[in-house]
Design a protein around this ligand. Structure first.
Ligand SMILES: [Zn+2]
Length: 575
């Protein structure tokens, strides 16, 4: 018997067997049961996702002797005929080759006659968007008043090319791309039935190449089975598909994230030697870094990133200590280099250059780290050691080959830790102020009842600003809303950043300590957000805005920060 390709051999015969299109099969089943099936149905979606398969099953459901039913018997004359593609009452028409008006006129003529032995005459028109304008007009005539015994099922990959007059007369169902995991599962099932052994990694390679199409996946599987009968390993599959080894992608990202220039170049070279197409490798690398970023950003990584589950875990591990901003920077460069690599006469060289550029990126620091550094800077100034500190490089430099063990993330962490240690010391300093000073603060207590909340607030702010300038500056936009016996309510403007910063455990503790000292008793801190002010009241006139901006630009801290980060001012915003 002639070999039957897998896609035909395992073509679903009932709705239940259709892969991952339950939103359609379920709707159709319900419509069949309730007798609300439209006379014209449009199936739209990417190729190989099951449009004509569902159209054939639906034809069986309607014309089955037991029908209309949601589960065709697959035994009666009608079902068997449709299954073998020789049904007398079901016509499969290829829209691409029968796109002329004459073809549709012929169809209309034919449709007038009653079906031979089934309840309905069914026309399945594939690639219906290929019809000419005149053909669509001819089709419209019959769709406007279809004979009771006629049904039309249209399939298309490009529904936007179909005239609205036709669309509006069809019940439309949109097919989805099949996820990689579902393709792997389906191929694994077929491999078991065919008694072929391919590991999950191999199947995942085929699934990626199929790009959501079941038919493509099975065709590739056919192809691979024909090329390698005995031993189908990952290498064989890669050779047949000409695909990119996923391990190479992970090695590239690992090397980039650790700043190992030599390793990156070696991997590119090894791919090149294996005959890997550099443009394809590059586009896979972009998708891979995109996946790294998506997984790093958390959320629904499983649905966003179309990658098998085992890879998501590996990615999670790889990006654990890498800030999302750094991945963003890498992606920026990759996208900028895309056109260069695509049109380069020496794509390998262009690819290498792109990575050398990436490896020169200075990882961006998070806003919180920046603030910590500014506080640190202030203290360095106070101690008179600022000059020495400014000359130190503050950016975590990507490790070079000479210093491969120190990943940027390690350095960054070390830097933050250093800052934190410093902060701890300051916090302790607040706690262990000399008793004299505490009394000095206490001296103000006799008339505390007469002091206004604003007086208390200013006093507290002053104490905090001495050791924690950024926290002081942040708090200065707030105010005391109420003071109870052992509770102080602080109202902050409705600015998420300020709220988060003040509410941080460390900062809240500092605030508690200062308040305890100020009021001579333990105070519970309650931080609330201010309701948003109406636009008019928050309005600052233009002159005042200019003045504020100028003041910020001239501030010594800003100047010092520019020196420290070797940066420049791009924009001044009033918060
Ligand atoms: Zn049947």
């Amino acid at each position: 018997m002639a070999y039957q390709v897998l896609a035909r051999k395992y073509r679903p015969q009932v709705f239940e067997e259709v892969i991952r299109q339950t939103h359609i099969t379920q709707t159709l089943s319900n419509a069949l049961v309730s007798g609300r099936l439209a006379h014209a149905i449009l199936f739209a979606g990417p190729r190989g996702t099951g449009k004509t398969t569902v159209a054939r099953i639906l034809a069986k459901c309607i014309n089955c002797e037991a029908g209309p039913t949601a589960i065709p018997c697959n035994k009666c004359r009608s079902c068997k005929e449709i299954k073998n593609s020789n049904a007398t009452d079901v016509f499969e028409i290829d829209g691409a080759s029968n796109n002329k008006v004459e073809h549709i006129r012929e169809l209309r003529e034919n449709a007038r006659y009653m079906p031979a032995h089934s309840p309905y005459k069914i026309y399945i028109v594939d690639e219906v968007h290929m019809l000419s304008d005149a053909a669509f007009n001819a089709l419209l005539k019959i769709l406007e008043e279809p004979p009771d015994h006629v049904m039309f099922f249209f399939a298309t990959t490009e529904p936007t090319k179909i005239p609205i007059t036709i669309l509006s007369r069809c019940q439309r169902h949109d097919f989805r791309r099949v996820e990689i995991d579902a393709l792997i599962e389906h191929m694994a099932l077929i491999c078991r039935k065919e008694e072929i052994e391919i590991n999950e990694e191999g199947l995942s390679l085929i699934a990626r190449e199929a790009d959501g199409s079941v038919r493509d996946a099975l065709s590739l599987l056919d192809h691979i089975m024909a090329c390698a009968v005995d031993n189908i390993d990952t290498r064989t599959i890669l050779d047949v598909l000409g695909g990119v080894d996923r391990r190479d992608l992970f090695s590239v990202s690992e090397a980039v994230l650790q700043g190992k220039t030599g390793a990156v170049l070696e991997i590119i070279d090894s791919c090149y030697r294996r005959g890997q197409h550099m443009t394809k490798l590059f586009s896979e690398i972009i998708s891979h870094f995109r996946n790294l970023l998506v997984v790093k950003m958390g959320g629904s990584a499983d649905t966003l990133a179309d990658i098998p589950r085992h890879e998501i875990e590996a990615i999670r591990k790889q990006v654990a200590d890498i800030p999302a901003t750094y991945l963003n920077q890498i992606l920026d460069v990759l996208f900028k280099e895309e056109a260069t690599i695509k049109y380069a006469t020496q794509p390998k060289l262009a690819l290498e250059m792109a990575f050398l550029r990436i490896l020169q990126i200075k990882p961006a620091l998070s806003l919180e780290t920046l603030i910590e550094k500014l506080d640190l800077l202030r203290h360095e100034f106070d101690k008179g050691g600022a000059a020495a500190h400014i000359s130190d490089p503050v950016y975590p430099q990507p490790a070079t080959d000479d210093n491969e063990s120190a990943a940027p993330s390690d350095e960054r962490q070390a830097s933050v830790n250093e800052t934190n240690e410093n902060r701890e010391t300051q916090a302790e300093a607040v706690e262990s102020e000399p008793p004299g000073q505490e009394e000095a603060a206490g001296e103000a207590t006799p008339d505390q009842t007469e002091r206004t909340s604003e007086d208390h607030w200013q006093c507290i702010l002053k104490t905090i600003s001495e050791t924690q300038p950024s926290l002081g500056a942040c708090l200065s936009s707030g105010c005391i809303k109420g003071i109870q016996d052992d509770q102080i309510e602080i109202e902050m403007p409705s600015n998420q950043f300020h709220m988060n910063w003040v509410s941080k455990d460390k900062n809240r503790k500092i605030l508690e300590k200062v308040c305890r000292r100020h009021f001579n008793r333990k105070m519970e801190i309650l931080i609330t957000g201010q309701e948003a002010q109406p636009a008019e009241s928050g309005h600052i006139n233009k002159k005042e805005t200019q003045h504020l901006k100028q003041e910020a630009l001239n501030h010594p801290m800003v100047e010092a920060a520019m020196k420290l980060f070797q940066g420049k001012i791009i924009e001044v915003k009033i918060l």
